[in-house]
Design a protein around this ligand. Structure first.
Ligand SMILES: [Zn+2]
Length: 132
């Protein structure tokens, strides 16, 4: 094997490995997607079965712990959602108490001429008392 044949051989090997790496990546993406699809299928089967047990179409004592766990978790979610709702309502109710500082155009300190907030009683720049 002469020099150029060896070079060609190396180039061929690199191309082969790069191609295999790309294929490995594609296979990995497919694998992740298939696993997600399987988990989704199990979830849908679970929801179907849960509904059947709930309406009494299926009687399955062995499934009872799973049914109870789902009921308990559903209760917890409902309770947390209610808490979120109340907390949001409280924030909305209390928001008028939030002090909103606005610099009014033209409102300036009569002593130093600095711009001041509408709600300020004293100038933050020079400390002069401001008129209401
Ligand atoms: Zn001032």
């Amino acid at each position: 094997m002469d020099f150029f044949d060896k070079l060609t051989g190396i180039a061929g090997t690199v191309t082969g490995k790069a191609a295999q790496t790309v294929n490995l990546g594609k296979t990995g993406v497919k694998l992740t997607s298939e696993k997600a699809a399987l988990a989704d299928d199990y979830r849908r089967l679970g929801e179907y079965y849960y509904a059947k047990v709930k309406v009494g179409e299926i009687s399955d004592d062995e499934a009872e712990p799973f049914i109870k766990a789902i009921d308990k978790t559903s209760e917890n979610i409902a309770s947390l959602e209610q808490q979120m709702k109340e907390a949001k309502a409280n924030i909305l109710l209390s928001s008028p108490n939030i002090e909103v500082k606005v610099i009014q155009p033209g409102r300036t300190c009569p002593t130093c001429g600095d711009k001041v907030y509408v709600s300020s009683r004293y100038c933050p720049q020079c400390g002069s008392k401001l008129e209401e």
